[in-house]
Ligand binder design. Structure first.
Ligand code: WT7
Length: 651
């Protein structure tokens, strides 16, 4: 057990909502009880009523859930709407001058967009997409830094019915190429570069590298000028955003689409080698993305909401680009990093823009905690009223620091459990109602039938643990894995005979029925809240000409949650001394180049073999023990060559 799990399972503190938040919150205890009762009584009707109430429909749906091809579910399919219309146009009558986006760049440059301005930008870019040959259903890759143009590009795709796939700017050319090819994308939207911590990051360069190696489906590359660094432009293929957009109209009639039309693909790691394209629909996705901004963050017209996630992750989709805009809220977008120019940057941004609701990851909190409480104390954080967290279990120490030092002991900590596949929050507290326990994401939301089951699939009682699963479908669930329905079924439904959506996490239910997430049950690592498949990193390593075999495990890390630990067998002699250090460096850079810097192993150990059973299965639990530097107490009698353990421990 990791230290974190131990401290989570011995946590007993309970924090009731303050009188102030109880009074202010839009959802109070009575409303919440009524929602649970309604959802319990009529699951599909509960979601159907909310969809009618919260979204603007061009054509109303007549059937809320189509389960004729279960477990491939479709929501609101015969209704028609446009997601961008719901995020922008419908607010213009009453909120055209309200700020939609407050942007702060890495260097401190600030730019504001009202809803009217956002509308005009999105329309101009939607017209540009059409002019450049993009049609409904085409896939468009967005490979951009955290700047408003990324959201504008996403919204413009939604407007014309193109399916976007945002690829995180930190991914390498190789990872970009895999995603472009899997999606058979027709266009890439990128920038010359991005700014992070004072450094210019080349993005167009990676696009060129990816295109040089394949990606034949790509016909056009649109390049937004951000850093003004020199980039080569290939005639006929590459075009500057500002040139493509010249003369485009501020008006674009959004295409009304079936509610189950795919809105986007987002590639995420699983337990097999290649990342899968998680496909999300339109109406169902937007409903939950919007509602959870209302329920968990209580967003209202006075709020300034800052979610620090990059748009390259699902959090940046549901809590930056779509959900809060569907609510008509004001969001902050920030291009930089939390520690540049110093560790006060997040708190400076909160102060300068009057942030009221702040949403970040435990890894960021732990990193900033290390700099001490004097740094946040230099900033006026008095406007903050709700603090959120996502990405991994938050350790009670970080929870308390967040609550006391950042939240003055007054702001509730909203620990939101969800996944790329779920589209929106699934298990989380309501700020004005739910008593909080540091480290627990509390209870499933109304209409989310998440339960914990044992190996046989039977629901377990309180005070025990098992697999977290979801019984009934919900509107923002993934539609499928892009182009591979069978992989969708195998990955998410096969384990319990298509009865449950299997999350891949294990969880503990305490005496009050509160859920405590313990971590992944599959070969997936969670490094700084980012999902990495061990197989994915292993494939990258064995692609190196000197590597014969590799096994990757996670090692508990006090800031990142987990770090990547690789065991490698070379097809040369066991390296030693300076030669070994050089090989370690070479392999770390190799992985960064194959996947991206986030996948770089922190540790690499060389051996002449890996610990395998006689049937050839690598015993990863032994590798995990070695990675932690702990004594091996497990049974090693089935090992083919037990002496290998000593070698790996000493290396
Ligand atoms: C996995 C999903 C959802 C956006 C960020 C990550 C872990 C996520 C929590 C939380 C404990 C959490 C789970 C989950 N996770 N949020 N509040 N408490 N664990 O999205 O890359 O799809 O990863 O992140 O293990 O399965 P993702």
């Amino acid at each position: 057990m990791s230290n974190n799990i131990e401290s989570i399972l011995t946590e007993t503190r309970v924090f009731e909502p303050s009188a102030a938040i109880k009074q202010q919150a839009g959802i109070n205890a009575d409303k919440l009880a009524a929602m649970y009762a309604k959802a319990e009584q009529d699951h599909v009707g509960f979601w159907a009523d909310l969809a009618k109430e919260k979204l603007s429909w061009h054509k109303p749906f007549t059937q809320a859930l189509d389960d004729s091809k279960a477990p491939l579910y479709r929501w609101f399919s015969d209704g028609e709407l446009n997601v961008s219309y719901n995020c922008i146009d419908r607010h213009l009558d009453t909120k055209s001058d309200k700020l939609a986006i407050i942007f702060e760049g890495d260097k401190g440059d600030v730019h504001h967009y009202t809803y009217q301005e956002l509308h005009d930008e999105v329309c101009r870019f939607a017209n540009t997409l059409k002019t450049q040959g993009i049609k409904q259903g085409d896939r468009v890759i967005i490979y951009m830094p955290m700047i408003p143009q990324a959201v504008i590009a996403m919204q413009a795709c939604a407007r014309v019915g193109a399916i976007h796939s945002v690829v995180f700017g930190g991914f390498s050319a190789e990872a970009l190429k895999d995603r472009v090819e899997n999606a058979a994308a027709k266009m890439i939207i990128t920038t010359d570069g991005g700014l992070r911590g004072g450094k210019a990051i080349p993005l167009k360069g990676a696009v060129d590298q990816a295109l040089a190696k394949g990606c034949d489906s790509v016909k056009k590359v649109i390049v937004y000028q951000r850093t003004k660094q020199d980039v080569p432009m290939q005639a006929g293929r590459d075009i500057w955003w500002h040139e493509a957009e010249a003369g485009m109209s501020n008006y674009h009639d959004p295409v009304m689409l079936p509610a189950d039309h795919p809105l986007f693909l987002l590639y995420t790691s699983g337990s097999t080698g290649t990342p899968k394209g998680v496909q999300h629909g339109s109406g169902g996705y937007l409903l939950n993305a919007m509602l959870t901004n209302e329920w968990m963050f209580d967003l209202n017209d006075q709020d300034v909401f800052w979610c620090t996630a990059d748009v390259g992750w699902i959090t940046g989709h549901s809590y930056v680009a779509y959900g809060p805009l569907a609510m008509g809220a004001t969001i902050v977008m920030f291009e930089g990093v939390p520690t540049y120019p110093d560790a006060g940057r997040f708190w400076q941004v909160c102060q300068d823009h009057g942030v009221t609701v702040f949403y970040t990851a435990p890894t960021a909190i732990r990193a900033l905690m290390k700099f001490g409480k004097d740094i946040p104390a230099q900033y006026d954080l008095s406007k903050l009223r709700i603090l959120g967290t996502v990405g991994e279990p938050i350790n009670p120490e970080a929870w308390m620091w967040y609550h006391e030092v950042i939240g003055r002991g007054e702001c509730p900590i909203i620990d939101t459990w969800w996944q790329t596949e779920t589209g929106a929050h699934m298990i989380a507290p309501f700020p004005g109602v739910t008593p909080l326990k540091p480290g627990s994401c509390t209870r499933p939301l109304p209409g989310i039938d998440a339960i914990v089951v044992d190996e046989e699939g039977n629901e377990i009682g309180n005070n025990s643990g098992g697999y977290l699963v979801v019984r009934k479908p919900w509107p923002s669930m993934l539609q499928t894995v892009w182009g591979d329905d069978q992989r969708y079924i195998d990955t998410y439904y096969a384990k319990f005979n298509n009865k449950y959506y299997v999350v891949g996490d294990s969880a503990h239910k305490d005496a009050d029925g509160y859920i405590w997430i313990l971590g992944r049950i599959d070969d997936v690592l969670n490094v700084s809240g980012h999902r990495l498949g061990t197989m994915e990193i292993e494939s990258a390593l064995v692609a190196h000409p000197k590597v014969a075999e590799a096994a990757v495990v996670g090692k508990p890390h006090d800031v990142k949650g987990e770090s990547v630990f690789a065991f490698v067998v070379l097809n040369t002699d066991l390296p030693a001394g300076a030669e070994r250090d050089a090989m370690v460096n070479e392999l770390r850079n190799w992985v960064a180049q194959e996947i991206g810097p986030i996948a770089k192993p922190d540790d690499i150990r060389f051996g002449t073999n890996l610990p395998k059973t006689r049937s050839g299965k690598i015993m990863r639990r032994l590798l995990r023990t070695i990675a932690k530097g702990e004594e091996i107490t497990q049974d090693t009698s089935t090992l083919e060559d037990p002496s290998i353990l000593k070698q790996l421990q000493q290396a």
